[in-house]
Design a binder for this molecule. Structure first.
Ligand SMILES: [Zn+2]
Length: 346
């Protein structure tokens, strides 16, 4: 068996073809220098430039729509990479696009269409600003969420100095919470994620009132505007993909609401970008965040492919409507190059 397979591989090798190519789809969110980043969403512009150079040197950057076509044709190019961004932050245009253009690396930006032009921060960013920035908060908080009442006490973390803030800047939401503020942040993140948009906004209003003196809104923590999406999409190097309207956990919604979230985001983005929108990314994107029914709704809505956030490489046999992707952190170019080689050769 093994010897036979070895012979087959060497024949294929002599013919210059690979039995099965591998494509890696990378997930970015932001190209920015942030003072606080609990979800590790940002890569600094300097590091992003290093990444693009590493991608050019160690792989072949390709468009997501080109990958989608290759999958339909049953031919997968080897050692190729697709760059994607989720959510639609304004820095994708301001900091990301100029670097993509100068390195000639294509990308797809998945935009949650209900936030286009919103001057407010995404709710998960606002939660960071309200709870994890220096200042004073009331000692306790009670909130009813999805029919349950929750109670938190901040104890010594009521006062939070600039030094406290600095010393916990490297904290990530999947690490152990160093203060009661961080515990509150992680509990609220998971409690507010699966509820409906209206209830979430009501709870955010209650939180804003509870905070009393909130730190000032950060002007660059905002989604792209319509005009910025048009500019992002110009020249064709960066394409726009859909990411629902309100960024819900789709599996928590009835099918009709899922259908509306998916179809309306496609229609709105096609109008704004004046281009067909053929790719989709499931919000949050893990197994429990969408269902087989969701996949079917996406397919029927007229998309050519969809991405999840389950880690893995894309192969010829991959489901075009559940393409695996790999998170990229604020690593140096060498680290990314090393990981690329591991994914491709492993
Ligand atoms: Zn997202």
């Amino acid at each position: 068996m093994v010897r036979g397979l070895g012979r087959l591989r060497s024949v294929i090798g002599r013919l210059g073809a690979r039995p099965d190519g591998k494509v890696l789809i990378l997930i970015y969110h932001r190209v920015a220098t942030l003072q606080s980043d609990p979800w590790g969403l940002a890569v600094t512009p300097g590091r992003f430039a290093e990444h693009l150079q590493a991608l050019r040197q160690h792989a072949r950057p390709m468009q997501l729509r080109e990958l989608s076509k290759s999958l339909r044709d049953g031919k997968i190019p080897d050692r190729s990479v697709v760059v994607t961004f989720d959510d639609g932050y304004e820095d994708n245009l301001r900091n990301g696009k100029p670097l993509l253009v100068s390195h000639d690396v294509p990308a797809t930006v998945f935009v949650a269409s209900g936030f286009i032009g919103d001057e407010r921060e995404f709710w998960w960013d606002e939660l960071d600003r309200l709870l994890l920035w220096p200042g004073t908060l009331p000692q306790e908080l009670s909130l009813s969420i999805a029919g349950e009442t929750y109670h938190w006490e901040l104890h010594e973390a009521t006062e939070y100095t600039v030094e406290d803030f600095r010393s916990h800047r490297g904290w990530r939401a999947w690490n152990k919470s160093p203060t009661p503020r961080h515990s509150l942040y992680t509990s609220l993140s998971s409690l507010l994620r699966p509820i409906g948009e209206v209830e979430r906004q009501n709870k955010m209003n209650e939180l804003r009132e509870w905070v009393i003196a909130a730190p000032r809104r950060r002007p660059h923590h905002r989604p792209l505007s319509s005009e910025e999406i048009t500019r992002l999409n110009q020249e064709g190097l960066v394409e726009v993909g859909a990411h629902t309207v309100t960024h819900p956990v789709l599996s928590a919604l009835p099918p009709d609401s899922q259908r509306r979230e998916i179809a309306r985001s496609k229609a709105r983005l096609e109008k704004v970008s004046d281009h067909p929108v053929t790719s989709f990314a499931y919000p949050y994107g893990k197994h429990h965040d969408y269902t087989p029914e969701t996949v079917d709704i996406v397919r029927r809505a007229g998309f050519g492919c969809a991405c999840c956030t389950i880690a893995g490489v894309v192969r010829k046999s991959s489901d075009p409507f559940q393409l695996p992707r790999v998170y990229v952190r604020n690593w140096g170019g060498d680290r990314l190059a090393h990981l690329l080689n591991k994914w491709f050769d492993g």
